[in-house]
Design a protein around this ligand. Sequence first.
Ligand code: AMP
Length: 189
Amino acid sequence: MNLVFLGPPGSGKGTQAKRLSERLKAFHLSTGDLLREGVKNGTPLGKKAQKYMEAGELVPDELIVGLIEEKMASGILDKGYILDGFPRTVPQAEALKAMLDRNKKKIEMAVLLDVPDEEVIKRLSIRAGIEGRADDADVNTVKNRLDVYKKQTQPILDFYEKERILKKVHGLGHIDEITERLYKAITGK
Ligand code: AMP
């Protein structure tokens, strides 16, 4: 199965994408994880991405689309995948669709993990303490990431609604309960 996971920063999207990918035997591809790794290892992509990430801004579309094209071409996604953190803008969603159309492939479902703003802000400040992520530590960066989500990422919901593949899942509750809810929404079981 080929899936896209959507949700605001701090919605639990990354944790749940990882859990579901194990259960569905799909490849978990997190652009945020790949970029953080690139920054840590000082790769050319990491060097270009760092300043945007630290400010809570999005990395330019062409860099991210290039990264996804590279992963698609490598074959690691051939047996199904969950895209976590991509697409993040309408042009990225369009680029993904074009990429898949060329190969006669498609995304079966775009899943939104729905969590209200107040909860997101609370969770991100907790995560800053636990994971020490630089972009969670500063309250202004957190607010900026939420703003960026609303302005640049939320319009993707309309894109997938029009494609008739959007599924909204309530993101509050116990972590295991949310995994079950997602599993059911995705598989119907
Ligand atoms: P995440 O771990 O998904 O919250 O991503 C952390 C940061 O990486 C984001 O705040 C962006 O700066 C950058 N990033 C991750 N995925 C993308 C994407 N698809 N497009 C642009 N920037 C991204």
